[in-house]
Design a protein around this ligand. Structure first.
Ligand code: PLP
Length: 406
């Protein structure tokens, strides 16, 4: 069979939409991609997966790209799942793991979503793409757009990390700096759909980025030998990663690929400089009000309003998880501490998860021996401004003072 997608489904009201044509949103809310899971269960089992190439396409039955479609790929997926014993010691956890997305093409997990969304856009013959970005999404769209020989337009707030600006421009995208927030960039893209004829790749405004990001969950299941961890801490902006993983866990459970019925508690972590999901969670609401004056050094978390808010909040509550914010000012030191503890290039967004884990252990919400996975969604190297470097200098015109190094 070519592909197992049956239809798209409105996340807000369940309306069925065709998966055989270009779709965006329904009632301004995201769509789910639905599969014929019984047919997938017939066609393959989890052992078939084991012998396939180590990339995210190994789960092809659970992905929307057909066999005759071209995969727009830069070798994404199957990132390491690393034990983090030293960081665990610092936090007071004995079974802490880091899923290290810093090693993805373009240095963040955004590559997964864009590889899938761009492949699907090509399936439907689209070749002009646009997106607003807080940074990494733009970099990934620019790279996969280049790979697909498509024309790309990226709009980012003018204080987006310089490395994101450069990576977009280097990949040949038409890149614009906007003196506003990501929501302003989003409006430029939305209102440009008609005059510019581009396809809107905004987070959750097309159905396939979730399907790419859900492969983080599929990999996690496989890497833990089909037993899911107790808790997942995920730095949440637009929420696609968290939503996608929760979808993945439910799909593999339906396929009976899991050894047991244990589902992880999903924890959405935000910065106190932009925490709309945490505020909604605390109030027990299903929709999040926009966050005014959003500001955080963890640029991936600077999403003042997410159209998938209810999908994030549903996943948190279905899983028995929680949402928690951490002080933005503590992120840079937590980042340096985590990088040094494990040698993993922990990004500021993931550093927020380190702080969150610490707080949740303190409060007793996390048990010290629970199997906990923290997502390192991007590479520390992309954020030179967050942990500025101040190194001692050596003057080779004088004798080298080894005593001072001791
Ligand atoms: C985009 C991004 C996030 C937020 O991810 P969502 O799935 O959109 O919530 C977190 N960390 C980094 C590094 C990002 O680029």
């Amino acid at each position: 069979m070519d592909r197992f997608v049956t239809h798209l489904e409105s996340a807000i009201d369940g309306t069925t939409l065709s998966a055989e044509q270009v779709q965006t949103v329904h009632e301004a809310r995201p769509l789910w991609v639905r599969y014929d899971l019984p047919a997938i269960a017939q066609a393959c089992d989890r052992n078939d997966i084991a012998s396939r190439a180590p990339d995210m396409w190994r789960y092809r039955e659970l992905l929307p790209v057909g066999e005759q479609d071209e995969r727009i790929s830069l070798g994404e997926g199957m990132t390491p799942l690393l034990p983090a014993p030293a960081l665990g010691d610092q936090i007071g956890m004995s079974d802490l793991w880091i899923k290290d997305e810093s090693q993805m093409p373009t240095g963040s997990f955004k590559a997964r979503g864009m590889a899938m969304a761009v492949s699907m856009a090509r399936r439907f013959g689209l070749d002009r793409f646009a997106a607003p970005t807080a940074g990494n999404a733009g970099g990934a769209l620019a790279a996969y757009g280049a790979r697909a020989a498509a024309e790309v337009f990226v709009f980012m707030p003018d204080d987006t990390p310089v490395i994101n600006q450069i990576e977009c421009q280097l990949a040949g995208a038409n890149t614009y700096l906007v003196n506003g927030l990501i929501t302003d960039c989003g409006r430029i893209v939305r209102e440009g759909v008609e005059p510019m004829g581009w396809f809107d790749f905004s987070t959750l405004k097309e159905p396939y980025r979730i399907e790419g990001k859900k492969t983080m969950g599929l990999e996690l299941a496989e890497q833990f030998d089909w037993e899911l961890p107790d808790t997942i801490l995920y730095p949440t902006g637009g929420g696609t990663g968290l939503i996608g993983m929760w979808k993945a866990f439910n799909e593999v459970r339906s396929l009976a690929w899991l050894n047991n019925d244990n589902m992880p508690r999903m924890v959405a972590v935000q910065s106190d400089g932009c925490a709309p999901i945490v505020r909604a969670f605390d109030k027990g609401e299903r929709f999040a009000d926009p966050w005014a004056d959003a500001a955080t050094c963890a640029s991936g978390l600077r999403v003042p309003s997410a159209i998938g808010d209810f999908m994030i909040l549903d996943a948190i509550s279905d899983s028995g998880g929680c949402a928690i914010s951490v002080p933005d000012g503590d992120i840079p030191t937590a980042m340096a501490r985590a990088c040094a503890a494990e040698g993993i290039a922990v990004c500021p967004e993931a550093a927020a998860c380190v702080l969150a884990a610490e707080r949740l252990v303190e409060s007793g919400w996390l048990k010290p021996d629970e199997r906990t996975v923290l997502f390192n969604t991007g590479a520390a190297q992309k954020y030179p401004d967050v942990s500025p470097c101040a190194l001692p200098r050596i003057d080779i015109r004088s004798p080298i003072d080894y005593g001072a190094m001791r």
